[in-house]
Design a binder for this molecule. Structure first.
Ligand code: AMP
Ligand code: MN
Ligand code: MN
Ligand code: MN
Length: 275
């Protein structure tokens, strides 16, 4: 079976609608797809209908924004009941907090001589329920402040740069409670991407594991092939399963297209082994 367990739609910061993402995945040979919009489950009903049409198995997912020791960490939820009220309320709070963060991002950019960035970013927002840094990034590129996604995040929107504002997301323990309470599995997304030292990353994984976390995302465009093996070994050491996902957002913009995933390292215990 071909699995892709991490991607985005217009319900967060992707450029394809949920049905378009599902159809694109099906055309590219994906058999099991998780739609994992940031802090959002509203795209799942449409994705489910499209998956039924296209003969794809849909895994109901989301990618939760979490703050762990002042670092933003993403937790992919898989197999959740999107109607679970505790999960829905938690995600709604996180989405609301994005609005005040977006205003502060706009103020920070204005202070660096880039006025009206919030208004600009709002032109790129595709769901009134959610604004992300990606929408600011697309606006800044089209306004000529950077050439591409890589450059815009290098020059803006990241720690120490104009448009970066600290923000407190959900607590790790809360995110895991919401996910498990909704019947899902919790996966640390792209563990190789966080600005954490080796010991701190281990501490994160240890705490995640103690809280009942289920898996590490091992195959990801944020990782090198050497990191696939490294994180598969870490997962084994902590008794965690492994996952894989393209983190697809848009054709031509994302490093990996949906479904375009190398295989899991040999011997790894996949998150779907119990499905
Ligand atoms: P937010 O959740 O609003 O902080 O936005 C995070 C999103 O910004 C990620 O999910 C990516 O889509 C995008 N992003 C962050 N850093 C980068 C980067 N270096 N290159 C491309 N996209 C990025
Ligand atoms: Mn994103
Ligand atoms: Mn992420
Ligand atoms: Mn993602």
């Amino acid at each position: 079976m071909r699995y892709d367990l991490h991607c985005h739609s217009t319900r967060s910061d992707g450029l394809l609608t949920p049905s378009e993402v599902v159809r694109r995945a099906a055309e590219r040979g994906v058999e099991v797809l998780a739609l994992t919009d940031h802090d959002e489950v509203a795209g799942l009903p449409e994705a489910r209908a499209a998956a039924h049409e296209a003969g794809v198995q849909l895994v109901e997912g989301a990618e939760l924004s979490v703050t762990w020791r002042d670092t933003t960490v993403h937790i992919v939820a898989l197999g959740i009941d999107p109607e679970n009220s505790l999960l829905a309320a938690g995600l709604a709070n996180v989405r609301t907090s994005r609005d005040s963060r977006a205003r502060r991002i706009g103020e920070s950019l204005a202070a660096s001589g880039i006025p009206d960035a919030l208004e600009g970013a709002l032109e790129y927002v595709t769901s009134e329920r959610l604004i992300s840094r990606t929408h600011f990034a697309r606006h800044l590129i089209d306004a000529g402040h950077a050439r591409d996604m890589k450059e815009v995040f290098r020059r803006f929107l990241t720690a120490g740069k104009p448009g970066y504002v600290p923000h407190t997301w959900a607590a790790l323990s809360d995110a895991l409670q919401w996910i498990h309470g909704a019947g899902g599995q919790a996966v640390i997304a792209h563990p190789g991407r966080y600005k954490l030292g080796k010991a701190e990353l281990r501490a994160l994984i240890n705490e995640f594991s103690d809280l009942g976390g289920d898996a590490l995302e091992v195959v990801s465009p944020s990782h090198t092939p050497a990191q696939y093996a490294e994180f598969a070994a870490v997962a084994r050491a902590f008794g965690l399963k492994v996952s894989c996902g393209s983190d697809f957002h848009a054709p031509g913009e994302s490093r990996l297209d949906v479904g375009n995933l190398p295989p899991l390292p040999a011997g790894a215990d996949p998150v779907w082994s119990a499905w």
